[in-house]
Write a protein that binds this ligand. Structure first.
Ligand code: NAD
Ligand code: ZN
Length: 573
């Protein structure tokens, strides 16, 4: 097996790509090139001028030709521009005989490293030309993270000197590049993932809408998600900006309406809307066809017309119910989600699944129906019952574990502040979590491509527990927390997940006040319910397991005996 002839360094600005490329080249006796320099040379003008005069598309064309040229030469260390890896064509070039290393750094580190350059030459670093550069870096970085994750190796540069980073790169190239290149599926995986459609509709791009935390792009709709502490007063204005007008039909439950109804109505009026509202009893039993029918009657009595929007103000129950009504009434009214529970913010309001329950079968009757916009006011979580809040963190932790080590670290380092709902950091982690779910949904809107499956991490045992407890004893997030603990134990025993990562996961779950085990549930019932769960295909359960942080795998070959043992352990008091 031969080592790679080239090393390509990818990663966000400020991770030290150019300097590390130079140092690595020195050590190997190779040549170092910065792809941005090659572009500047070809265009005969600086990059900001290319963007200004010729537009981004032209810049990307130049970038591709520069990469093609560089990737035709051996013994090269190429520092690639931060956005180069976003294009499938570039990834195809990069995959051939080159070892791809991603240099990582925390947003705070990036900011510290970029600031001096910004102060001397603001034009060269437009990234920082904002009142809140750290959030901007976080946003952009989380958009690009799925692409950076495709690299053959990732090196965390925080706390290392550039010399040390260069040493790590050389070491990785020596140890790993031959094996990486020999992997038959590598090129296809690099080119296809994370989205086959990305070439014409990149979801991983900066939000188009000012102030949006992210944009969901599916084949049926593109819509912004606004997330901030105190976003609610902007609701009407955001809706007007989205092209909605005249009347809004606010649907909420009794608890949420009592606390946030007035503020929502005021915000709608301020945006020029007349408002009618309908309040259903709080609780899952309202998520039914009967309640939907009552809402249809109410809409008829209000003479609701096509084009007038339904505003769902509440937790996941309201999002699903009002969403279902919006999808079906006169074959579809525009829908706006204003999630007020943590679960609804990071999960139910994102992705376009709407449904009502039928007797014992949850979500049996439903549709895929994307909202026109989502507005999450993180400050509304202050009135959420504490147990509901705690349970919601399970999905946030899940998103971080399956997709984003950066978010995981943010959760670990700020757990106490987040649990206390300190505004800035809480809004940042919720935003990050939403962006991750949005990215998955953008790629696999209708659960057809398999990508959405990774969101079921912790849900196999989790759903089993919920069903065995007959949906009364445990909240969904609590069951998912125990389910993730079970999945980690299974992965550990299969030799997939290093023990220290399983411990890291346990520690984080516990710090957010979530359970690692459950009691009072019959393990036999859990196993039966697990086997009946919809993720079973062709007799074998599809387990989502972790090989590392951000590295989920789907396995059909978990021995039933092992799963049973683990469930037994989780349930023994
Ligand atoms: N569509 C999806 O993709 C999706 C994903 C996950 C869950 N769900 C659905 O979401 C539902 C669960 O969501 P949930 O946990 O938000 O339940 P929920 O909507 O019933 O809310 C939980 C409780 O919190 C109250 N509440 C919500 N926000 C509040 C606030 N800010 N202040 C005070 N009280 C508040 C509600 O009134 C309710 O009593 C389930 O029906 C589930 O099937 C859907
Ligand atoms: Zn869930």
């Amino acid at each position: 097996m031969k080592r790679a002839q080239r090393i390509i360094l990818t990663g966000f600005s400020g991770t030290g790509k150019s300097e590390v490329a130079r140092l690595v080249a020195e050590r190997l006796g190779w040549q170092a090139v910065d792809s941005d320099d090659a572009i500047v040379e070809a265009a005969g003008k600086p990059i900001p001028a290319i963007f200004r005069d010729d537009g981004e598309t032209h810049f990307r064309t130049l970038e591709h030709s520069a990469l093609r040229e560089l990737c035709s030469q051996p013994k090269m260390v190429i520092a690639a521009g931060g956005g180069a890896i976003l294009s499938a064509e570039n990834r195809q070039l990069m995959a051939q005989n080159s070892f791809i290393v991603c240099l990582e750094a925390r947003p705070e580190t990036i900011l510290t490293r970029l600031r001096p350059q910004f102060e001397t030459d603001p034009v060269a670093r437009p990234l920082l030309a904002t009142s809140d550069p750290l959030s901007r870096i976080r946003e952009l970085k989380s958009f690009r993270q799925p692409y950076y994750a495709l690299a053959d190796q990732t090196i965390h540069t925080d706390g290392l000197t550039m010399e040390q980073v260069a040493g790590e790169v050389v070491h990785a190239w020596r140890q790993l590049s031959a094996t990486a290149l020999a992997d038959e599926g590598r090129v296809a995986a690099l080119v296809a993932a994370p989205s086959a459609r990305e070439a014409d509709a990149p979801y991983c791009q900066p939000p188009a809408e000012a102030g949006a935390a992210c944009v969901v792009r599916t084949s049926s709709a593109t819509y912004p998600v606004f997330v901030s502490w105190g976003a609610l007063p902007d609701l009407g204005r955001r809706m007007a900006d989205a092209g909605l007008a005249s009347r809004a039909y606010l649907i909420s439950d009794s608890m949420v309406h009592a606390r946030w109804g007035a503020a929502a109505k005021e915000a709608l009026k301020a945006g020029g809307f007349t408002v009618a509202w309908h309040v259903v009893p709080a609780g899952e039993t309202s998520k039914s066809l009967d309640t939907a029918a009552a809402i249809y009657d109410w809409l008829v009595s209000q003479r609701a017309e096509r084009g007038e929007a339904i505003v769902a103000l509440g937790g996941g129950m309201v999002c699903d119910l009002a969403g279902f009504v919006a999808a079906t009434f006169v074959r579809g009214l525009p829908l706006v989600h204003v999630p007020t529970s943590l679960l609804a913010m990071v999960d139910a309001a994102i992705g376009g699944k709407v449904a009502v329950n039928q007797k014992e079968a949850k979500n049996l009757i439903g549709a895929f129906y994307q909202p026109r916009l989502v507005l999450a006011d993180v400050s509304t979580l202050q009135s959420l019952p504490p147990r509901e809040l705690t349970a919601g963190w399970a999905e946030v932790i899940k998103h971080a574990l399956i997709m984003d080590e950066e978010l995981l670290r943010l959760l670990e380092e700020n757990a106490d502040a987040i649990v206390r709902l300190e505004p800035a950091v809480t809004a940042a982690v919720i935003s990050g979590s939403i962006a991750l779910k949005a990215a998955v949904v953008s790629e696999d809107e209708r659960e057809e491509r398999g990508r959405r499956t990774i969101l079921n991490y912790g849900h196999t045992i989790g759903h089993g527990l919920e069903a065995a407890a007959e949906y009364t004893g445990m909240l969904h997030g609590e069951a998912v927390a125990v389910g993730m603990t079970g999945a980690a134990r299974i992965a550990r025993r299969l030799g997939l997940l290093p023990p220290e990562l399983a411990e890291r996961q346990d520690a984080l779950i516990a710090r957010f006040g979530l359970p690692l085990r459950a009691s009072g549930v019959d393990p036999g019932k859990v196993m039966t319910a697990t086997a009946l769960d919809k993720k079973v295909k062709g007799g074998a359960i599809r387990w989502v397991l972790l090989e590392g942080i951000g590295r989920p795998v789907i396995r059909h070959d978990v021995p039933p005996k092992l799963a049973e043992e683990v469930v037994q352990e989780l349930l023994s008091a």
